[in-house]
Write a protein that binds this ligand. Sequence first.
Ligand code: FRU
Length: 600
Amino acid sequence: MRKRVMTIMSVLLASLSSSFGATSNDFKINHMANESNSVVLEATNKYLLLPIQENAPEAKVGIIKNNVHTGVYSNVRLARERVDYYVPYDISEYRGEYITVDIQGMPQNSICWSNIKYSDTFDTTNTEKFRPSYHHTPAYGWMNDPNGMFYKDGVYHLYFQYNPYGSMWGNMHWGHSTSTDLVNWKNEGVAIAPDAIGTIFSGSCVVDHNNTSGFGEGAVVAFYTSAKPTPWGDCQTQSMAYSLDNGKTFIKYENNPILTSSEKDFRDPKVFWYAPKEHWVMMLAVGQHMEIYSSKNLKDWTKESEFGEGHGCHGGVWECPDLVELPVEGTKEKKWVLICNINPGGPFGGSATQYFVGDFDGSTFTNNYPEETKWMDYGKDHYATVTWNNAPDGRCIAIGWMSNWQYANNVPTLQYRSANTIARDLSLFKQDGRIFLKSEPCKEMLEARKDGRQIKTVNVAKAETISLSPQSDNGAYEVELSINPGKSKEVSFTLSNGKGEKVLMTYDTVKKTLAMDRSKSGEVSFSKDFPAVTEMPVNKSKELKLRLFVDKSSVEAFVNNGEFVMTNCVFPSAPYDTITFESDGKNRYKVKNINIYRIK
Ligand code: FRU
């Protein structure tokens, strides 16, 4: 009976589609008043491919079945004048049924109407010359913060703020990728999608080894902020979901949200186990301070304390907190580090990550250096950095989003937008009796080195140029070197390509700083905030030990294996394939042990 009705409807639709002006082969499209439209279709395929125009305003897209809205409306930049790319809109759950795709806010004369397509596949073959090879990126669509990272059974899980319907921020989901070596990533699709409580903002996961939550032994429990857009502004609450298949799929907790507040900025839960008190701790970013909660069962939370007022930088809102205990190198001491991402207010404008070193008793964090602001990375593109839960061998591994809210939506890629930093092993070191955070390239980066070549010593009188080819040929490589500046006040070195695009680095041996200038690095005109010089302090000793990671559209500089770090995006039209060392004109200096490796 049902089949017959459908056949009749198909015939009807086929005849209608020829009599209505704006129809695409398989759909009947109604254009109504006030830019309201409906696409009536039989879901014969897995996807509707929606044509996107990057700079178009957002239309609202949702599904109506039997006169009822099913699920959540998405904001999609449907093509008005030109098609930049397609995104897949999954309709597989309605296969064989008739549905209406309700599209609001789209003019009738837009070209999207003749370009919507059915498909069972979506081609994610890379089309971007700037897509890095050893940094994590989404296969397509927008990505911001890393979320919910955990390690279990030999696999590193990385979730991320994800828009599957376009390469600009919006429709926040948790995308999911996995890796066994932190270098090669496998795309696992969407893990958590928006619901009636809100879109899915940043958060964390824990492995509940002892089943404290009752969801099951070894359940993976995710905490995220539900951000509900209302005509009066966003409302943020904390929600949870659990996974019984190692993070592949999540079941949302029936009593969400688990924490509410009347504060506007109330988000990014980071949860971890505090063994001495046998309870869970949740860190939350609230306006410009952090709040600390505790729980025995992951569901009921009690506020313990607040941290932040009068501490560190307050140039913007505090986001994405973390709190980890780390050993101090060369001592038996351990200290707690509170990671605090801040936007804007970073040292070079926009987003950045500050941290505090101190003590934690399961309830309260005490900052040991209340007079100081400490930065985890001195580049412009290191944000929302948080660590892996349950990392193996006592490691504390962090990863950041390699962009900056000043221009993240405008960087020159289309198929996908934004990458993560390389993963970093965190520890602490002492300098002049004060404790600092060290972010070392994760040890897996050593195994990713291929095809190495060494140049023992270069004596620089005026200028010396070294070819980085063939290791640099596909734009993904590491250069390791040691500079002994002798009596030079200033030593500079430049990564460059044949097109005159370059990244200039200057070691000021008097000020003890290393600066990176990307103002002529390639494509820079997409934002006035992109061309920039960033500067970091370096170690006391004269010799500068540097590891430079270059990957198509980024440069990460690690001084003394992570004592000071600088991460910057660059968009050169061809890989930088030479490095040129220059002196201050008066003094000679030595560059030693230059190792050049292709990566991956
Ligand atoms: C940080 C942030 C978070 C929020 C998420 C939304 O970049 O603003 O505070 O949860 O992005 O995508």
